[in-house]
Design a protein around this ligand. Sequence first.
Ligand SMILES: Cc1cc2nc3c(=O)[nH]c(=O)nc-3n(C[C@H](O)[C@H](O)[C@H](O)COP(=O)(O)OP(=O)(O)OC[C@H]3O[C@@H](n4cnc5c(N)ncnc54)[C@H](O)[C@@H]3O)c2cc1C
Length: 418
Amino acid sequence: MKILVLGGGVLGVSSAWYLAKSGHEVIVVDRQPGVADETSYGNAGMLSYGYTNPWAAPGIPFKAVKWMMQDLAPILVSSTGMNAHTAGWMVKMLGQCSEDAYRVNKNRMLRLSEYSRACFESLESELPLHFDQRQQGTIELFRDQEKMDSIGADLASLRECGVEHEVIDHATCIQHEPALANVSDKFVGGLMFPNDATGDCRKFTLALSEACKNIGVNFLLNTEIQALETVDNEIQSVMTSNGRLTADAYVLCMGSYSPLLVKPLGIQLPIYPMKGYSLTLPILDESKAPQSTVMDEAYKVAVTRFDDRIRVGGTAEIASFDLSLDESRRKPTEFVVGDLFPGAGDLENAEFWCGLRPMTPDSVPVIGKTPIKKLFTNTGHGTLGWTMSQGSARLLADIVNEQAPDIDTEGLSVHRYL
Ligand SMILES: Cc1cc2nc3c(=O)[nH]c(=O)nc-3n(C[C@H](O)[C@H](O)[C@H](O)COP(=O)(O)OP(=O)(O)OC[C@H]3O[C@@H](n4cnc5c(N)ncnc54)[C@H](O)[C@@H]3O)c2cc1C
């Protein structure tokens, strides 16, 4: 079959890989001059298979209000985000905060994350990909004992889902992350996920796109996707700034922009563009830098080691599609890296970036068939798009190929919203 993959972020390129591997002629279409130039460009760099949690959870409405009032707030609402679309999405998300919904959503996410880990491992054994990767686990760091003593429910859920983890004391945190010895009064202990990994998602996507080209995938870049054209509920073509394109199947991987393309076809994809920020610092002093990811529980900011850089990512801002870079938003990331790893990186020469996480109200992505013939989705991966990328793309390819997938697809497609 000839297949058009619409969008060249980490989900589009990964989908192209598994589709081309199964023998299809694949073309990836993207408006940017290169792949991974939008949300997959500057994320926090965590392959956090263990730290897989829906945002909508019991108690979240109360906690969110508390966080918003906190100094260096992890959640913000900006004036551009105050509209009916945002309100509608928030209502849907709040509807997912019950105990029952949380359990269902978490199980769906973990099913996909665990599968992704296995797919990632087999991909890495097949291809020599270089993306500043490290396999040293990640640590959620607690600044106060009261908070650390209150994670009992999270631990029970991790045990129930079979996620390997370890509660570690102050000394063990330093054993894993020696630079934390310089700030030993700032934390009390941590929660370690030994199977989590780290790396640069953009480098990964670029390397995978090269591997895609080697097996015949074509990339049609600098091309705006404008509309899907249908006859009798079946896609006939896609209109782009480079003319009309036709194929036997179409895979929607446009991240936060996916809903805009299918809305005229009557499909309401509840994906919200949740803005986040990152800073990337050249390393000044290796001995003061992290070894892997340290996630600061208090500020919800992750500090991740790349080869010769440090990536610091966080903040959830409700700002609709506004991609402006307000300098004041640097504060939480600057504070955390300076507080936990002082002198490690060059803040003066840091790259400041923002991107839009494609968030669904239940935090579960939207993968598989749609009510429109020939149209498939692999989108809506929110905070964990890179983590879930390989499992999602492999699953998508199996669905397109009408082969039995390795995991249960229950609750993963758009049909759960219809
Ligand atoms: C601050 C931050 C930190 C994060 N940290 C992590 C992390 O540590 N681990 C993790 O797993 N995930 C993380 N994420 C989430 C992750 O980055 C995303 O889920 C993932 O990048 C989404 O990939 P995607 O391919 O769906 O979207 P994108 O990367 O946005 O790709 C969509 C593509 O579609 C193209 N496109 C859109 N509209 C059109 C159009 N009309 N015409 C042509 N092309 C179009 C875009 O150019 C883009 O290339 C983070 C996100 C943010 C913002």
